[in-house]
Design a protein around this ligand. Structure first.
Ligand code: PLP
Length: 361
């Protein structure tokens, strides 16, 4: 019988947030809401939607494998060379490209826990070794991560802000890490939620890129830009690193509609500002209400909130909330993660939590 090798068999599949349609089908309910996948609750920019309508007529053609227009727009916005950017089918694909390019069987990648689970899944898929460093006070412990470097270390993953905790690492912490990292290691700074951060202490990854360090900065159009369904993300690094990664990239990895919509969304910074404002207000409201309900949570710089639990109640709370038509994300047995929604959605969540409060201990 055909068998996958052991290192593939032992990968735990990624469990995505439940789609609203699935919940409504299963429970025969309507008006349910999804606060599970850190999406933009406002939707895509109207400019992106308009551009998409026009772009549909060209679907008989292959996309531009070079993302010419999007690359130009982004390089201008960021004041960097176009050759320092790589586009992916979501930033997920760029994580995969980085691992496939720089990490072989037996090589090590250092990452935090809990953090974005895709890092370790991809490392495992290429027979690499994930070196897991627990968060300290819910933040990446960059000092401990640096201390785990060996001759086999090829990549250090830092999600900043971290998913699922929404916490950030500071300039000082990042500067100190970069001083310790040798030339043989790539630091991947995953900034999927970068646009939401308000703290003045937030690490300046672009500074290290400008200094020519081995850093790959990941960003995405899936979160604040509201285009998760189209799958487009990008990486910023020095041209030599990008050139190596391009060798393992599929030629048409970013579809034409994704390129068109991302270009239009990039121009609509008013939509981004509006999203940020709605998130900020929603975050304030949720924090205030969670406090009132005496539910402990971790202060977040992103568009979601991590709620650690004292016992294994996550699945119970998740299921109870489903029955109230609210989808959140259980994160293992002892935590749930809640995405900030629109005002009405946030209110619905708080009302549901109030109703099921007795399940908390
Ligand atoms: C930290 C982090 N990185 C990367 C991604 C992947 O995003 P995408 O592939 O949609 O760009 C996510 C999505 O949840 C994330 O939370």
């Amino acid at each position: 019988m055909l068998q996958a090798p052991d290192h593939i068999k032992s990968i735990k599949p990624y469990v995505p947030g439940k789609p609203v349609e699935e919940l409504e089908r299963e429970l025969g309910i309507t008006d349910s809401i999804k606060l599970a996948s850190n999406e933009n609750p406002l939707g895509p920019s109207p400019r992106a939607i308009k551009a998409l309508r026009k772009g549909v007529a060209g679907l008989n053609r292959y996309p531009d494998g070079n993302c010419f227009y999007l690359r130009n727009a982004l390089s201008e916005k960021l004041s960097i060379n176009g050759s320092d950017i790589i586009f992916g089918n979501g930033s997920n694909e760029i994580i995969e490209l980085a691992v496939r390019t720089f990490l072989g069987p037996g090589d090590e990648a250092i990452m935090a826990h809990p953090s974005f689970v895709v890092y370790s899944m991809i490392v495992q898929a290429v027979k690499g070794e994930s070196i897991i460093v627990p968060l300290r006070e819910w933040r990446h412990d960059l000092e401990a991560m640096a201390s785990k470097m060996t001759d086999k270390t090829k990549i250090i993953f830092i999600a900043n802000p971290n998913n699922p905790t929404g916490t950030i690492n500071t300039k000082e912490e990042m500067d100190s890490l970069m001083e310790k990292v040798p030339d043989s290691v790539l630091v991947v700074v995953d900034e999927a939620y970068y646009e939401y951060v308000r703290s003045a202490d937030y690490a300046d990854s672009m500074k290290h890129y400008r200094q020519g360090r081995n850093i790959l900065i990941l960003r995405t159009f899936s979160k604040i830009y509201g285009l998760a369904g189209l799958r487009v993300g990008y990486g910023i690094s020095k041209a030599e690193i990008i050139a190596e990664m391009n060798k393992v990239r599929q030629p048409f990895n970013v579809n034409s509609l994704a390129q068109i919509a991302a270009g239009a969304a990039l121009e609509d910074q008013a939509h981004i500002a509006k999203t940020r404002k709605i998130n900020e207000r929603g975050m304030k409201y949720l924090c205030r209400e969670l406090k009132a309900l005496k539910i402990h949570f971790i202060p977040s710089e992103a568009n979601f909130i991590y709620v650690p639990l004292d016992d294994d109640a996550a699945l119970q709370i998740y299921n109870d909330l489903l029955k109230e038509g609210v989808i959140v994300r259980p994160m293992g047995p002892r935590a749930i993660r809640i995405t900030v929604g629109l005002p009405g959605e946030n209110k619905k969540l708080i009302e549901a939590l109030r109703k099921i409060r007795d399940n908390y201990h």
